[in-house]
Structures are given as structure tokens and as C-alpha cells.
Design a binder for this molecule. Structure first.
Ligand code: KG4
Ligand code: ZN
Length: 342
């Protein structure tokens, strides 16, 4: 079964074709990062306008790369939430239009479920190789959630952020350090050349809870930067390369340790067969390395390019939904910007 996956919930127009939920036939991402980087974050109006311009060429390119014609596509899967309303609308309306024109079923998919199913891509099979239940950490620019996945498509949220998402903390800290956007990859790169000699930043915790509170970590970075006169930025106080590397390292260690600590706590409360990582922050090499060292059960960490937003994860989630519930023509679906994972 070939599924076309459409993902436009944020700033990437991402279109993939996936066979049987696991085998990626094409994976095209039209990034808008150059449009947003000068603002240090995503401007929703610009994002939806760019999706509108790029979605049809990106779908065409994805079909071309797969070597398939639209007649060989069995279903169109599209993210209908959570995300930016204007961005979601472009993807959902494109999916509906193509569904009508090609006479194919259209399936709405939750973006967070997509991030979980990136673990099944690339011919991986966590349900057979590891088994359920899995504890999933979805950490992205908009979300930080721990999910107990009891079976295919069956979830319980066991912990979430009460303020900033992990990716947001990376992005905001990068701004304090005058690094580019998105901040996660920049901080990771800077941290590689650090000596690790800065005093550690706190590992924020909410007592007796699996929830996260990450905004205090960013505040700790800001407060120290103000004290050391490298923030707010003026023309005369730009932090030098060494300071940027050391701050990046200390911040990355703090956030990675915080995420791992809550996973360890969750593993004490729930008997899980494995831990699955998803979302842009799961691309972080230090998180992957330290998490693997800390676990005595298998770690499922999709390749970094499958952790950040992509259409393949949406197609994969749709495959498992179709296997369980079949397809039905759902042309009356709408976008749900604050869609929850059930
Ligand atoms: O999942 P994603 O592509 O989009 C959302 O759904 O938000 O995640 C984007 C987020 C950004 O905040 C970005 O800074 C972060 O993921 N990110 C990383 C890395 N790559 C992307 N954070 C830490 N380390 C990385 N290597
Ligand atoms: Zn995402």
C-alpha cells in the first residue's frame, strides 16, 4: 500500500510516499527556514503563504522521485493538528483536493502520532523487535510529552511540559547566544568544541510529577548572561566563541539530563519494553548518546532526518490506522490547531 503523506503543520512543506508504513519511496522537504531565521522564530502568516506556493510543486517532486504515478497511490494522509492553523489549512485543503481529483481516500493524522511512527520508518519494526508498552518522548519546537504507548494507536500521556517545549528552550537559548534559528542544531554544534568548564545550569524539576518545567532553564541562562555582561546584546558585548561553546555545552547537558531524569522516573512507574524518541530535539546527538547509556532496555531513535518534521511519519501512522480501522472518505475533516493525542 502506497501512502502519500502531507505535513505542513509548522514551517516545512514535507511530502513523502511510503510503502506499507515502513519503506520510504520519496521524502521531499521544502524548508522555509531562510524566510524565518531573520526573525529568530516562525512567523505564521509567512509560513502559510509559503506552504501555499510550494505544496503542489513539492507533491509533484515527491511523486517524481518515487517513480510512481498518482494512480499507484492508495491513500492521502495529512496532518490536521496540532500546529499553526493557517499552515495546517494549506495541507488539509491540498489533501482534500487531490483526494477528489484522484478519487482516493484522505486520512487526517495527529502530528504527535506521526512523530511516534517515525520509529517504524526505514523498515524498522519496534512492535516486533522490542514490543509494547513503549515510553515515547516527543520533544519538538512546540511539544514535550511523555507518552505510554500501550499498543498500536493506544496512548496515555504520562508527562508534559507545563511551560516551554524542549525545542523552544533550545531556540530561545540560541537567541541569547546570538546563534541562528533553529537553535537546536546550532547549540549542538557549538557544544562539541566546549571544554565543559562552566558551572552547571540547574536541572529543573517538579516534585512528585513526571511533568517538565523548562522555562526556568532558559531564565537561568539569561540571568547568568546578564551577570556576565553578554546579554542584552549591544554592539560591544557579543559573546566570544569560547563563551558561546561553553554556554551551549552547559545548557545542552542541563536539558538532556532533565529529559533523561523524567524518562528514568517514568520507567520506575511503568513497566516498558523500550524507549522511543521522536520530534526535532530527538535528533540531538548528546540526548541520543546519554539516553542510550542510561537505559538497560532498548532505545528506538529514528535517524535524525526522520526526527524533525517530515511527511513519511504521517504516511506511516496512516498505514497503521488503515490496518486497524480501514479507510473512509473523510472530506468533511477540518484542521484542529490544538489537537490532543488520545
Ligand atoms: O519536530 P520539529 O521539526 O518541529 C516541530 O514540530 O516543532 O522540531 C523542531 C525543533 C526546533 O525547536 C529545533 O531547534 C529542534 O527541534 N531541534 C533540535 C535539533 N534539531 C532540531 N534540538 C536539539 N538538537 C538538535 N540536533
Ligand atoms: Zn514536529
Amino acid at each position: 500500500m502506497n501512502i502519500l503523506g502531507i505535513e505542513t503543520s509548522c514551517d516545512d512543506t514535507a511530502i513523502s510516499i511510503v510503502k506499507d508504513g515502513q519503506s520510504i519511496k520519496s521524502n521531499i522537504i521544502a524548508s522555509q527556514v531562510h524566510m524565518h531565521e531573520k526573525y529568530g522564530g516562525i512567523i505564521p502568516e509567512i509560513a502559510s503563504r509559503e506552504h501555499f506556493l510550494t505544496i503542489i510543486p513539492t507533491i509533484n517532486e515527491s511523486l517524481y522521485e518515487s517513480g510512481l504515478t498518482h494512480k499507484e497511490i492508495d491513500c492521502i494522509a495529512v496532518t490536521n493538528g496540532p500546529g499553526l492553523a493557517g499552515s495546517l489549512l494549506v495541507g488539509v485543503n491540498a489533501a482534500k483536493g487531490l483526494g477528489l481529483a484522484w478519487d482516493k481516500p484522505v486520512m487526517p493524522i495527529n502530528h504527535l502520532e506521526g512523530h511516534i511512527y517515525s520509529g517504524w520508518l526505514d523498515n524498522k519494526n519496534p512492535d516486533k523487535e522490542v514490543g509494547f508498552p513503549l515510553i515515547c518522548l516527543i520533544a519538538s519546537g512546540g511539544h514535550t510529552e511523555m507518552v505510554l504507548m500501550k499498543n498500536h494507536l493506544t496512548y496515555e500521556i504520562i508527562g508534559k511540559t507545563r511551560d516551554d517545549a524542549a525545542g523552544e528552550a533550545f531556540d530561545k537559548t540560541a537567541r541569547v547566544l546570538r546563534l541562528g534559528f533553529p537553535g537546536g542544531p546550532e547549540i549542538q554544534k557549538e557544544a562539541e568544541s566546549a571544554n565543559g568548564n562552566l558551572d552547571p545550569f540547574p536541572r529543573p524539576e517538579i516534585k512528585d510529577s513526571l511533568d517538565f518545567s523548562l522555562s526556568g532553564l532558559k531564565t537561568a541562562v539569561v540571568n547568568r548572561a546578564i551577570k556576565e555582561n553578554i546579554y542584552p546584546h549591544t554592539d560591544f558585548n557579543a559573546p566570544n566563541n569560547e563563551i558561546v561553546s561553553e554556554y551551549s555545552f552547559a545548557f545542552q547537558e542541563a536539558i538532556v539530563d532533565t529529559l533523561i531524569r523524567n524518562i528514568s522516573r517514568a520507567l520506575k512507574n511503568f513497566e516498558a519494553k523500550g524507549v522511543l524518541l521522536g520530534g526535532g530535539v530527538a535528533a540531538n546527538s548528546r540526548l541520543r548518546e546519554k539516553m542510550a547509556q542510561n537505559l538497560d532496555i532498548p532505545l528506538i531513535a529514528p535517524k535524525p532526518y526522520l526526527c524533525t518534521d517530515n511527511g513519511a511519519m504521517i504516511a506511516s501512522a496512516a498505514y497503521y490506522r488503515i490496518k486497524q480501522y480501514g479507510t473512509s472518505p473523510t472530506f468533511d475533516m477540518d484542521v484542529v490547531p490544538n489537537l490532543k493525542l488520545h
